[in-house]
Structure formats: C-alpha cells, structure tokens
Design a protein around this ligand. Structure first.
Ligand SMILES: *Cc1c(COP(=O)(O)O)cnc(C)c1O
Length: 426
C-alpha cells in the first residue's frame, strides 16, 4: 500500500497543529507508524487520502455502531441542517434525546455537554459540591478524558495520593486523587477505611476500554456500590465508551448495578461531538440554574448533534443489535485466535456487545499492570502487517476494538484472510 498523500498531509499538518493531530493517539506513535489521513467512510470501510480502503475496527472509537454514513443518521442531520445549526437556546430535540437515554438507564435527569471529558469533569464537580468533600478515587489505566483531577495514575502505595500525569496539573489538585488498582477490592477497602469520610466520589469504567478491553469483575463493582453507600460517596460510572455500546443500558444493565451518576459520550452523539451526564434528581437538581453548582456550555445540546444522536439511539432501541454484534466480534476473535495459535503466538480475547479486545498474552489481563506485561513489540509488528493488508485496528494495545452492524459475515471472513496473510509476512 502506498501512503504518499497521508505522509505529505501529515508533514503539512505538523506545521499548523501540535504533533499534526488533534488527539494524541492518532499520531500512531505507539506503533512507530505514520498516521493515515482519511477522506470518506461507508459501512465498515474507511477510504484514505491515497485511495486505500480499510476495514475499520475503530468506528470513530465507538459511535459508528451502525456503520459509517448510515442513511438514517445522515437524513436526520440533513433535516435539521435545513432548520439551522445552532440557536444557543432550548429545543425540543434535547428533551427528546434525554428521554431516549432515560428510557434505557435508571436516572432521573441528564444534562448535555459537548464531549466525554466535559461529562466526567462535570460529574466530579457535582460530586464534590454535593458531598462537600474533595478526594476522588479512580483506577489506574481507566481514562476519563483529560480532566485535571483525573489525569492521575498510581501513587507508589495504596495510601499514597497520586502525582499528576501531565505537566500543567497542579500537584495541589492531583493530591486529591488516588489511583488504585482496577479489580482490586482490598485496595479500595483499605483506602476507604482510612479516608472514606473525605471521599467525594469513586469514578470507574465498569467495562474498561482504555487499557485495552478489560471488564470489571462483578464483585469489584458491587463492592464499589456498597462502599459508596456506606461512606456517602458518589459512585460515578464512566460509560462514555460502554454506554449504548455493550448493551442498550450499558455496563450498568449487564451488571445490574445502578451508579449515582453516569457519564456518556461517543455513541450518544451519532458521530457528532456530544457528551452527557445524569443521575438521581437529588444530585442533578443541585446544578445551576436550580442549584449552586455551576456548569454550562454555549453549544451544549447542539441541534445537529441532538438530531444525529436521537436518530442513532432510536434505531439502536428498534434493532437491539448487541447480541448480534457480540456474536460477530467473537467470530472474528475466535478466528484470529486460531490463526495466531497456529503460529504459536499467545492470543486471548473478550467482547461485550459491540466492544472487544485482544491481547498477546496467555491469560486475560485483569488490570493495567497485566496489560503492561503483554508483548508490545509483537503487537506493533502485527498491527502494521494488518494495516498493510487493509485492516484498521486501534493502533495501541491500550485501546479497545469496535464492531458495527455492517461488519457482516463476509467482512469478518475477509478480515481473517487478511490477518492470516499479514501474519505470514512477519
Ligand atoms: C473517550 C472517553 C472519554 C473522553 O471523551 P472525549 O469525548 O474524548 O472527551 C472519557 N471516558 C471514557 C471511558 C472514554 O472512553
């Protein structure tokens, strides 16, 4: 495959945009590659600036669950386009999308924002404002957007507060965030025993997708629910990725656990920039203008985004494609396992609805450290070989995969053929 135009576009982009990209993972630094610049997309396919066609397993990191350029979503956007693109004032379609989301999640009220980052940031502020406490517990390897308080990994021990992950986050702020090990009940138990009275919130990806795909253990998530109840802390499920991706009702439906607040993003915007957060009325009513906790957005509830999101969610509710998506993902992954095993390459995998992951390891990782131990060099070589064959997986072992309803049997079959011929070349 030739990538001449992508390479030229990347050089040009770097003159004007830091690193040539508007979100770091797109730079392909993890796999020493050159980012591909895209031009169009349809169904399961992406077409780049050089005219190369790829089978896409990123789906814009989740939203393309019905495939790219789905006609129903395009029509909804076009219809709204004729009526104007933004009013900076209330519209009926915001209420419509909120009600659609509420029909699948146990929450009373929702507020729309413009990204997942805004959603988690607002959840944290609301939790702190409501509890009048400052400390936050997160889990190492969980990503919640680039919120200052949440850009914190592990301290050196259970009782050590985190140091900031990024320059620009004051240590005086990061010290309020503890990053504990995912799926580790006793770390949370110990921490809550000594600091529980000052913990405003525990935030977690109930099915993690930002250290590769790692589902939370049921007992772990149940423990988070009960310890939050005990100490009066707010349990926040970050379902920006898993919401309407693993099931209509997200991970909370699969586990049967109701958090106090839920953050949404990705799928609910149908491919346009959207986030939302919601929960019990007693918490949500504390937001301005009814309550004192401030939160706002010029383009929040943008009509185009609401129209796209509404059309997608309505269609998802009508189709409920999640078990079909999971079957297809498992078909792909079982096929890959067979191919890898023939080459004596260890391969483990999992899938929930339309979200999946695989690791070059003997057994499924349970936390971030387990993922660190999986083979990065081999991942890189396999990734680039598959890319060369026209398969667009996420360019990092720390990312999940996504499948759409347009990934029909023949697409899966074609993918496996290409993976096999890619592997032959490494
Ligand atoms: C993508 C993601 C975010 C951030 O959303 P943005 O729209 O990129 O700001 C937050 N949490 C999780 C779990 C995500 O996957």
């Amino acid at each position: 495959m030739k990538f001449d135009k992508s390479k030229a576009l990347f050089l040009e982009a770097q003159k004007h945009i830091p690193g040539g990209v508007n979100s770091p993972v797109r730079a392909f630094k993890n796999i020493d590659g050159n980012p591909i610049f895209f031009q169009s997309a349809n169904g399961p396919y992406l077409t780049d600036a050089d005219g190369n066609k790829f089978i896409d397993y990123i789906g814009s990191w989740g939203p393309m669950i019905l495939g790219h350029s789905n006609p129903i979503i395009l029509e909804a956007i076009k219809a709204q386009l004729e009526l104007g693109t933004s009013y900076g004032a209330p519209t009926a379609i915001e209420t419509d999308l909120a009600a659609l989301i509420k029909s699948q999640y146990k929450l009373d009220k929702l507020r729309m924002v413009n990204s997942g980052t805004e959603a988690t940031m607002s959840c944290i502020r609301l939790a702190r404002g409501a509890t009048k406490k400052d400390k936050i517990i997160k889990f190492t390897g969980c990503y919640h957007g680039h919120v200052d308080s949440l850009l914190v990994k592990a301290g050196s021990g259970v009782s050590t507060f985190g140091l900031p992950d990024s320059p620009g986050v004051p240590a005086s702020l990061a010290k309020h965030t503890a990053s504990l090990e995912y799926n580790n009940i006793s770390e949370v138990q110990d921490f809550m025993q000594s600091h529980g009275d000052s913990v405003a919130a525990i935030i977690v990806e109930p099915i993690a997708g930002n250290m590769g795909y790692i589902p939370g253990n049921e007992e772990f998530l149940l423990f988070l629910r009960s310890t939050c109840n005990q100490y009066g802390s707010v349990l926040i499920f970050d379902e920006v990725m898993s919401g309407f991706r693993v099931a209509l009702g997200g991970a909370q439906q699969l586990y049967g656990i109701t958090p106090d607040l839920t953050a949404f993003g990705k799928v609910i915007g149908g491919g346009l920039p959207v986030g939302a957060f919601g929960g019990k009325a007693s918490l949500m009513n504390m937001l301005a203008p009814d309550g004192p906790i401030y939160q706002a957005g010029t383009l929040s509830g943008n009509p185009l985004a609401m129209a796209a999101g509404g059309a997608l969610i309505r269609e998802l509710i009508a189709q409920d494609p999640f078990s079909l998506l999971q079957t297809r993902a498992n078909q792909l992954l079982a096929g890959m396992a067979e191919i890898f095993n023939l080459k004596d390459i260890p391969f483990v995998y999992g899938a929930s609805g339309g979200m999946f992951g695989f690791f070059l390891a003997e057994k499924m990782p349970n936390n971030f450290n387990d993922v660190l131990e999986t083979n990065s060099d081999l991942f890189k070589r396999i990734y680039l070989a598959c890319l060369e064959e026209g398969i667009y997986f996420a360019p990092s072992k720390f990312e999940a995969g996504f499948i759409s309803t347009t990934h029909e049997d023949e697409i899966i079959f074609k993918t496996l053929e290409k993976v096999e011929s890619g592997l032959r070349r490494i």
